[in-house]
Ligand binder design. Structure first.
Ligand SMILES: [Zn+2]
Length: 109
């Protein structure tokens, strides 16, 4: 089964690219891109952001347009905390510092 979503980028239909041009001579339009949903594929992930956006530009424009409403879905009014026992400070390969727990491998996210 083949299905698709329309890109949710608020300005997707305004970008001048060849693949967005639709219509016949004299009545051409730029149209929002379709995003194919390979729902039958083993690798399909229903929660993937790019099921809804054709590009990072469209995704960022959507977020910028809707950020207050998105945050309102799960507001955070207090910080979260993770308990770490016996923290050890070490220099990070990328600059700055890593904080790890003694006897526990560095966690990467
Ligand atoms: Zn788009």
């Amino acid at each position: 089964m083949s299905s698709f979503n329309w890109c949710h980028g608020p300005k997707c239909h305004t970008y001048h690219t060849q693949d967005r041009v639709r219509g016949s001579k004299g009545s051409k339009v730029l149209r929002t891109r379709k995003i194919k949903q390979n729902t039958d594929s083993e690798w399909y992930c229903p929660d993937d952001m790019f099921n809804w956006f054709c590009s990072q530009t469209c995704m960022h424009k959507f977020i910028k347009t809707n950020i207050t409403r998105v945050i309102a879905l799960a507001p955070r009014n207090e910080p979260l905390e993770t308990l770490i026992n016996d923290p050890v400070k070490s220099e990070s390969y990328y600059g700055g510092w890593n904080i790890t727990e003694r006897g526990v491998d560095t966690q990467t996210e």
